[in-house]
Write a protein that binds this ligand. Structure first.
Ligand SMILES: CC(C)(COP(=O)(O)OP(=O)(O)OC[C@H]1O[C@@H](n2cnc3c(N)ncnc32)[C@H](O)[C@@H]1OP(=O)(O)O)[C@@H](O)C(=O)NCCC(=O)NCCS
Length: 170
């Protein structure tokens, strides 16, 4: 199977924080940031696979610092590792105070996408070749995260089997 560099899937997005993007604390609404993250991560996964992909899971979104209307928000996403048909994407969110130029990592996230064929069946994807120190660290630590995801998926399936789909008023 072909291999691709992490840099080949890398993408960036910079946005302002508009009044319609904030919560009642006047900081960027978490749901808005999560939508940005899923959006850019799906682009990185598709660039790596050059196929249709679907989001299988989001491990976590760690909100480390609030993002204010005076900041810009810059997202960087790239594929860190692949399994057979699954693709792990890392998203780094940097906020920049537009007046002082101070930059800080405000959030991070790992997402998993699965490449599908025309029948919507999972298909093999190219491997990953990391180059930078950041890419290499994320590549080397990925199998451990994939194992955690497998365990969590089993737990989610068990829970879904137990949950009721009845209307609350029935
Ligand atoms: C994701 C999906 C395609 C997996 O299909 P499936 O038939 O269960 O596939 P498999 O069990 O063969 O798993 C295929 C790969 O996906 C991975 N995978 C499946 N569910 C996963 C999850 N929740 N988290 C991480 N990886 C997952 C498997 O580990 C496997 O990886 P590998 O090929 O690299 O070993 C299917 O569950 C689906 O379509 N889900 C809905 C996706 C969606 O609608 N996303 C939009 C969000 S609203």
């Amino acid at each position: 199977m072909e291999q691709r560099y992490s840099r080949e899937s890398k993408c960036f997005k910079t946005a302002r924080v508009f009044p319609t993007d904030v919560n009642n604390h006047n900081t960027l609404f978490g749901g808005k940031l999560m939508a940005y993250i899923d959006d850019i991560a799906s682009i990185a996964a598709t660039k790596h696979c050059r196929r249709s992909v679907v989001t299988a899971s989001t491990d976590s979104v760690d909100f480390l610092h609030p993002i204010r209307p005076s900041d810009s928000v810059c997202l960087e996403a790239f594929v860190t590792w692949t399994g057979r048909s699954s693709v792990e994407v890392f998203v780094k969110v940097i906020k920049e105070d537009l007046l002082s130029g101070d930059r800080i990592v405000a959030a991070t996230s790992f997402l998993t996408f699965v490449a599908l064929n025309a029948d919507r069946k999972p298909v093999p994807v190219p491997g990953v070749m990391p180059e930078t120190e950041e890419e290499t660290k994320l590549y080397e630590t990925a199998p451990q995260r994939a194992d955690m995801r497998k365990m969590r998926r089993e737990e989610s399936k068990k829970l879904a089997g137990f949950l009721t789909v009845k209307h609350p008023w029935d």
